[in-house]
Design a protein around this ligand. Structure first.
Ligand code: SAM
Length: 324
């Protein structure tokens, strides 16, 4: 093995440390504390309730990852990457990082078992299916939904730029979470009647017109358009088909269903993010990422035909389906 291959492998094996460095920064509030300018560990420690020595080592670790920059006088400043860990900034990945380092981290150690015996590590660790475990604790559910909104904020603009939603007069966002994509669609289709549909505990308190329910049972009927963004990948083929059939039953003959998902590439290296997301599904849920052909087959089994596959600039595709 060449030196550079060994270096790369050693770095990959240390990925667990990088996840926890980012998570520690978020949990302690380091990025927000540095938003006003560079500071050193002694200065930060009191405010963050930390010990200066270990905090300095974490700050140095973050600088090695180019999340922070050293100013040369013992202080640390946010880089452009580090600024994305601040709360409430455009494009923030703060809650995204919090799910990786907190909620999901324990499950990752169960990957060998998942491969050997087909278990779902998140369920092994927490004793409950993923969404039931989230719903059991409001703070946990809020962190997950905020992480979804982080990602959706990056994707929603690209989705409506790639797919013209301007003609819709009624739209239901099925499993819509905080409704980030639905808001982007409504901006393109002003005046459209929109409904955010998700579990009752998720839509409670939403400022969007909302309905709580179970997408395995029924979703609001008769809309022009149904959105299913990052929903099907959470489920195995049997359950994904149940969701599609529920949507199909609610659709008019001229309704359209927009499935927003990453689409697995032919070669893994062509879309490493989609392949990583597939591994998340293996760890957390019973779902998987799929190829466009696999989505077309699922749609066909639900009485839908895939009419368009529209790639976006954000890595996801908009798969348009209509009643067959
Ligand atoms: N569509 C959002 C997005 O793109 O960010 C959220 C996607 S998130 C991966 C999946 C969503 O499905 C969550 O908001 C979750 O609460 C919702 N969900 C899970 N089970 C559900 C059920 N049985 N009925 C309705 N919604 C459900």
């Amino acid at each position: 093995m060449s030196g550079s291959a060994a270096d790369r492998l050693a770095r990959q094996a240390d990925g667990y440390l990088v996840t926890q460095l980012l998570h520690t920064a978020v949990v302690l509030g380091v990025p927000d504390a540095l938003a006003g300018g560079p500071r050193d560990a002694v200065d930060l420690a009191g405010e963050l309730g930390a010990r200066p020595g270990p905090l300095h080592r974490v700050l140095r670790g973050l600088a090695a990852e180019e999340v922070l920059a050293e100013t040369g006088d013992g202080r640390f400043a946010l880089t452009d990457t580090g600024r994305l860990l601040c709360a409430g900034v455009p494009g923030s990945l703060r809650d995204w990082v919090a799910t990786r380092g907190g909620l999901y981290f324990g499950a990752a150690a169960g990957l060998p078992a998942a491969v050997r015996d087909g278990s779902t590590p998140y369920e092994t660790v927490h004793g409950l299916p993923f969404f039931a475990h989230l719903s059991a604790d409001p703070a946990r559910l809020a962190t997950f939904q905020a992480a979804m909104a982080d990602r959706s904020a990056r994707e929603a603009g690209a989705v409506v730029a790639a797919y013209d939603a301007g003609g819709f007069s009624s739209v239901v966002d099925v499993g819509g979470g905080r409704g980030t994509l639905l808001r982007a669609v409504r901006e393109r289709a002003p005046g459209a009647d929109v409904v955010l549909f998700d579990l009752p505990e998720v839509v409670a308190g939403s400022d969007l017109p909302a309905a709580g329910g179970d997408f395995f049972t029924a979703v609001p009927a008769g809309a022009d358009a149904y959105l299913l963004s990052r929903v099907l990948h959470d489920w195995d083929d049997g359950d994904a088909l149940r969701v599609l059939r529920t949507c199909r039953a609610a659709m008019r003959p001229d309704s359209v269903l927009l499935v927003v998902e990453a689409v697995l590439p032919e070669r893994a290296a062509d879309d490493a993010a989609a392949v990583r997301m597939d591994l998340h599904m293996l760890l957390l849920l019973h779902g998987c990422e799929r190829t466009a052909t696999e989505y077309a087959a699922l749609c066909a089994a639900a009485g839908l035909r895939l009419t368009r596959d529209v790639p976006t600039d954000a890595g996801v595709h908009v798969l348009e389906a209509r009643p067959a």
